[in-house]
Design a protein around this ligand. Sequence first.
Ligand code: ARG
Length: 458
Amino acid sequence: TKQKLWGGRFTGKTDPLMHEFNQSLRYDQRMHAADIRGSIAYSKALTISGILSKAEETKIIEGLEAVEKEWANSQFKIQPDDEDIHTANERRLSELIGPLGGKLHTGRSRNDQVATDMRLWLLDEVKDIETGLKGLLNVMVERADKEKDVLLPGYTHLQRGQPIRWSHLLLSHAFSFHSDLQRLKELVPRISILPLGCGALAGNPFNVDREFLRKELGFQLIAENSLWGVGDRDFIAEFLMWSSLAMTHISRMAEDLIVYSTAEFGFITLSDAYSTGSSIMPQKKNPDSLELLRGKSGRIFGNMAGFLMTLKGLPSTYNKDLQEDKEPLFDTVDNISACFRIAEGVVATMEVHAEKMRQALTMDVLATDLADYLVRKGTPFRETHHISGRAVAMAETRGVQLNELTLEDYRGLSDKFGSDVHAVFDFEASVERRNAIGGTSKDMVARQVDVLRKALSS
Ligand code: ARG
C-alpha cells in the first residue's frame, strides 16, 4: 500500500479536501530542475560525510538525472500522493533505484530543501528578467539617439510647460529602468545564500560540508543561522518589492504613451501588432498593450502586499504558510517578464509623429524663455516672471500668440525689451539653451545616450 512520506506516526487518513488543499505540486513542479540540482549536490556532500559510498552516490545521481529527464520530456507521471516537487522527486527516485533512494534525505529536511530550490530557481529567473529589462532599455536608448531632432512640449500637470526633445522624454523613462537594473543586480547577493544544510531547523547532524555545497550550487554565501535559513523569505519579498517598483515605471511610461496615442494628442501611433479593435466600433484602435502594462502593475503590487501579510506574524522558522510564497512569486516573474518584452515591442514599433508634436508647441511654452531674456538684460527673475505673465495675458486677451505682440507692446511692459526680443520665439533655441548636464539640449541628450549605453554594456 502507498504511504505518505511522513506517514509513520499516522493511523488516520487525510481528508480528501485537505489532501488537495495541502498539495503544491501543481505549481511547484516548475522548480523540478532546481530540486534535482540541489539533490545531486546533496548526494555528493553525503559521500564526503561518509553516509554514501561512491557507488551509491553514482547510482543516486543517475537516478536523479533520469527523473529530471522525465520532467524535461513531460513524461513524469504524477501520483496522487505526490504532495510537492520534493516528495514527487524522491518517490520517483526510489521507484527507479530502490530503497537506496531513501538515503538521500539523510540530515536534510524539505525545509532547507525548499528554501534552496526557491533561491536557485529565482537566481535563474533574475538572469532572464535582467535580459528582458536590458532589451527594453536598449530599444529606448537607440530610439532616443535617432530621434533627437523631434521637439514637443514637456508637460507638468499635463499642461504644456516648456519645449523639450522627444528623446529627452523617452530617456527620462529609461533612467527609471536604469535604476531598476542597478537595483536588480543588488538583490542577487541576498538571494544567493545557501540554506541547504540547515536541516529542519537546528542544523545538520552529519557534519555536511556546506562550503562544498555552496560551491557546487554556485551560491555566494551560506546561511549562517539554520533557523533563519529555513524561515527566511525576505529574498522573495524583496524581489516582489523590486517588481512593484519596476512595474510602477512601466505603468507611468504606458500612461504617457496612452495619452499621446489619443486623437486629441496624436503624437504617436501604436503598431497594429500591439493594438486591438473594438467589437462594435469599427474605427477603434485601442492601446491594449499599454493598458495591460499599466494594469498588470496592480496585480504585482497585490502579490507583494499579500505576501508581506503572509509573512507578518509568523513564528520563527518554517511554517506551512510559507508554501504561499510560490504563487505570488511565479505570477510576478511570469508577468513582469512578459511586460518587459511587450514594452520593448511597443516602443520599438510605435510611430512617432514629429509634425503633430511640433504643432503642439504653442508660443506660450516660451514664456519662461521670455522671462529669462529679461534676466539676461539685468532684471531680477521674480520681476521678469511677472512681466512675462503680463505678456501672456495680453496675448490671450487679444487672441494672438506671444510672438505676435509688437516691440511696442513689449516695451510697454518693460523698457528692457529690445529689438532682439522676437529671437526668443524659437523652440530649437530654447531647448539648446538647456545645455547644463541633465538638460534637453542635443549635446546633453547625447550624453544621456552615452551614459545608458555604457550601463548596458557593463
Ligand atoms: N511544499 C512545501 C513548501 O512549499 C515544502 C516544505 C514542506 N515542509 C514541511 N515541513 N511541511 O513550503
